[in-house]
Design a protein around this ligand. Sequence first.
Ligand code: PLP
Length: 400
Amino acid sequence: SEFLAERARAIKPSPSMAAKSRVDQLRAQGRDIVDFTVGEPDLPTPEHIVQAGIDALNSGDIRYTASAGSRPLLEAVRAKFQRENGLDYALDELIVGVGAKQLIFTALAATVQAGDEVIIPAPYWVSYPDMVLVNDGTPVVVACPESDGFKLTPEALERAITPRTKWLLLNTPSNPTGAMYDAAELRALGEVLARHPQVWLMTDEIYEHLAYGDARHLSPVAAVPALAGRCLTINGVSKAYAMTGWRLGYAAGPKALVKAMATLISQSTSCVSAISQSAARTALTADQRCVREAAEVFHARRDRIVALLNAVPGIRCPRPQGAFYVYPSVEGLLGKRAADGRVLRTDLDVVMFLLDVAGVAVLDGAAYGLSPYLRLSFATSMENIEEGCRRIRQACEGLT
Ligand code: PLP
């Protein structure tokens, strides 16, 4: 490990990847596990998008593309931002990457220097702090309690900003809480940012289309157009079109930043797979019915998992507006004793208890920066939701 650079030693593998290997291990031992840890749609990629990938292969559309992405895809991204977000970007203000994840990483790599601070509202997507650390930055985690809807308030933002603040990283709809920012909330945050011109805004909108009931996604920069000159809007096809393994994200922002990101990509991954770029172009330009249909499937699952979890003694589950996760409080389980004598003191203890006693895999709120909560993904079948929640209820009813 002496051989490894400090930057490699500063970070840890993602907890959801670690949970996945623990579930695989238990299953290999013959245990029957209901898995609520998975952060990707369980639905297949829609057929017309798969066909576009096959067509790309058959037509020989398999060469390197420009580092920022192929022109036809960038045009599709441009039209998408206009159509769905009311955002107008020129082609040289757009870029595609190997998932939203590469674009977030690359934007940080292109801008963050040692000592620079990045504000991350908690609970957060687990990768954000590590991506800041690996780029020599300092994550500034701001707790956003349930009483604030798990959302960043203007007061908390104001308190967190220092002369070293480089970015505010906002995720709406949020992984892990499903919280979504409305126009008034975004404008209030925008007023704070207006007073601090050194702070840029990076928005992760990967769950945009998974919004339920009356909830409507609003791009922060559409709510606060004055921020356009210092905002990077990030999105991708992974969650909307069940395309996680295709690895394609896209972003819009000021030309100089986008150019620096494209240069970093040109010297690392060169470009996204041409096949995925062709398929993503079809995803963004074809009929969007598949997106609404997927959202309806998740909507029904959300309603069911929230109802089932709220019937468990000791668990209280707020109803998420978007994404495909619930973030229930397990405060009511802490201090309780299991039949084997163990006492549940933290949300991680609850995770291990549910894994051992109920055969149910979930993630601890601690990994997402706010305890005592659990994160459960409902990107799984209704049968798994029914069976998993039945097991959780039975296990929790056995606590004293
Ligand atoms: N952003 C958030 C908040 C996520 O939850 C995820 C995936 O779990 C990603 C980004 C990654 O998206 P992509 O597959 O486009 O890299």
